[in-house]
Design a protein around this ligand. Structure first.
Ligand SMILES: [Fe+2]
Ligand SMILES: [Fe+2]
Length: 264
């Protein structure tokens, strides 16, 4: 069984230090094989915000896979936004914008959807999908394959309609056809865990969204997900911050039968 942590939307510059400390303590106790952070590492892509994020990341004693979000590209500094959109991200977080993590059972691929022109909604390109499918295609079909993006492929099941990433449907279909079983995203600051959204195509891909661990909340508590992967079974556990500690608020269990995910 592989246990991974899925955190999103830290928004350094808008982070409660007590919450950040508690998050690291919680991760240390749960000991995931991988900590995934699906973008919006900072609030305004400022150097001091990236430096604070770097200090926080260095305190997490587990492998990490991180992708940028729209807030990691400057919004108001137009020169930097268009000439070096992810320059600071590369300097402080990682040179690799499409990172991967592979062990004996998992293959996880990050896909950068942050763009200076389509700043809010992001975009995914045909070449990115071709490249990730080519890499996944060289691996054993037995590996459980996960894609990570900041921008979501499907809208939230509740509330006002929100836009998904450019080329979402096409990309989700392509990822499904090249063997991906799970997609993890953030951006909306809404967890669809609890009512995790099962979506798409022939329902082979399970789509899970993490909430935020920042003060930019959208009517939901701060939370992140622990995902336990034991094919054909998968569980999503929502770890919610109650003001003093994280606790398991809800668990959603799935089993893949044939080519379909069934919620148990
Ligand atoms: Fe965000
Ligand atoms: Fe975002």
């Amino acid at each position: 069984m592989n246990k991974i942590a899925h955190i999103s939307d830290l928004h350094f510059g808008r982070v409660d230090p007590d919450l950040a400390d508690a998050l690291i303590k919680d991760l240390e106790e749960l000991a995931p094989v991988l900590v995934i952070i699906s973008g919006d590492i900072t609030q305004r892509a400022r150097a001091r915000q990236f430096a604070a994020a770097r200090d926080f990341l260095d305190r997490i004693p587990f492998p990490k896979l991180i992708v940028p979000g729209n807030h990691d590209i400057p919004l108001y500094n137009l020169g930097r936004r268009f000439l070096s959109p992810l320059g600071r991200y590369k300097r402080y977080i990682s040179q690799e914008l499409n990172p991967s993590f592979i062990n004996n059972e998992l293959a996880v691929f990050g896909i950068n959807t942050a763009r200076p022109f389509t700043w809010i909604n992001g975009r995914i390109s045909d070449s990115q999908i071709e490249q990730v499918c080519a890499k996944a295609g060289k691996l054993s079909p037995a590996l459980f394959k996960i894609a990570v993006t900041h921008h979501p492929f499907i809208p939230p099941p509740r509330g006002a309609p929100l836009s998904v990433v450019g080329r979402a449907r096409k990309s989700l279909t392509a990822l499904e056809s090249c063997g991906f079983e799970l997609v993890l995203s953030g951006h909306f600051h809404m967890a669809y865990s609890g009512d995790v959204t099962v979506e798409a195509v022939d329902r082979r891909i399970l789509v899970v969204h993490a909430s935020t661990v920042s003060t930019r909340r959208r009517g939901e508590p701060n939370a992140y997900n622990i995902i336990e992967i034991n094919p054909p079974r998968l569980s999503v556990i929502s770890r919610v911050w109650d003001g003093s500690r994280f606790y398991s608020a809800m668990q959603s269990n799935f089993i893949m039968k044939g080519r379909l995910w069934e919620k148990r």
